[in-house]
Write a protein that binds this ligand. Structure first.
Ligand SMILES: Nc1ncnc2c1ncn2[C@@H]1O[C@H](COP(=O)(O)OP(=O)(O)OP(=O)(O)O)[C@@H](O)[C@H]1O
Ligand SMILES: [Mg+2]
Length: 282
């Protein structure tokens, strides 16, 4: 794996990441994932992934469809255990899901029989938080994600973007150290997506949680992240890690006009485009 720092006019490559810095929140160490499949005997989804994510960092993963992005998030979430290698959170090997890692996955639908408030309160109540305390906290979070006034609505009465906001509030409610977000805005219209990106960035800039964020959008990855991990085609390997050296807090309208932002987007698009043939069967 290479770490690439894209400057205004140059692709400068630094040494590969080595060792485990003291501030590491997530440490993925030589992880591979081979699935047994019915059609094929087995399929190597991830190959030799090593990645360190610092406490409080916002890291995005980009790569072609099927390259193993979701699988990697499931491994860090503890929903899949890797065939090889080890993933750690705060130095401890991940053996299953835990309250320190909050998934925001599209498959984890809201409970249709609970209203918005009930969905957000659920995790807190499960943790034994008193009803009144859980309710107060959930109401505050719903206000933060722009859903004040919708507490009594049911999921079927909400738009896609509103459901995503509830899902984010639900995960934030139990205060995980790490947010695992798998294309959380993928199904949304451009306007809602932009609003939720801004909201997420505001929340992140306030709380500085560690975020591992999967997306297909280069612009979204550059706008949000400290680092962008570019993966190769299947079997997924890390092609490069790009440091996004843009000032924070970030304002979308300013960034769109910023030549450095534009260059990151163009350069990363190129990196994805030549996610080379030679890598496919490597
Ligand atoms: N449970 C499973 N059993 C067998 N194969 C699987 C399983 N989960 C994923 N795969 C395979 O692993 C590979 C990686 O899948 P994954 O869903 O992680 O890709 P992805 O990068 O998230 O793709 P997308 O961008 O389309 O969401 C695919 O070839 C997929 O078919
Ligand atoms: Mg996926």
């Amino acid at each position: 794996m290479k770490v690439v720092t894209l400057r205004s006019d140059a692709l400068a490559e630094s040494e590969p990441l080595s060792g485990k810095p003291a501030s590491a929140m997530i440490h993925i160490d030589r992880v591979s994932q081979r699935f047994q499949t019915s059609g094929r005997q087995s399929h190597l989804a991830l190959s030799d992934i090593s990645l360190t994510i610092d406490d409080g960092a916002f890291v995005s993963i980009l790569g072609p469809s099927g390259c193993g992005k979701s699988t990697l998030l499931y491994i860090v979430g503890g929903f899949v255990s890797p065939s090889d290698g080890v993933a750690r959170v705060k130095g401890k090997a991940i053996t299953g899901p835990g309250p320190d890692r909050g998934p925001v996955f599209q498959e984890f639908a809201l409970f249709p029989w609970k209203n918005v408030l009930g969905n957000v309160m659920y995790g807190l109540r499960q943790q034994g938080v008193k009803h009144s305390e859980a309710e107060a906290k959930s109401r505050k979070l719903l206000e933060m994600v722009g859903l004040k006034g919708y507490e009594n609505f049911y999921p079927k009465e909400l738009s896609g973007g509103m459901k995503q906001r509830v899902a984010i509030a639900r995960t934030l409610a139990y205060n995980p150290a790490v947010l695992l977000m798998d294309e959380p805005f993928g199904a949304l219209d451009a306007h809602t997506r932009t609003r939720l990106q801004n909201d997420l960035l505001n929340i992140w800039e306030r709380d500085r949680k560690t975020v591992l964020f999967v997306t297909h959008s280069v612009e979204e990855a550059v706008f949000l992240s400290d680092k962008v991990v570019v993966m190769t085609r299947s079997p997924g390997r890390i092609k490069v890690v790009v440091d996004i050296d843009l000032p924070r807090p970030r304002k979308r309208a300013e960034l769109l006009l910023d030549a450095r932002y534009q260059k990151y987007v163009v350069d990363i698009e190129k990196l994805i485009d030549d996610t080379g043939e030679d890598e496919i069967h490597a």
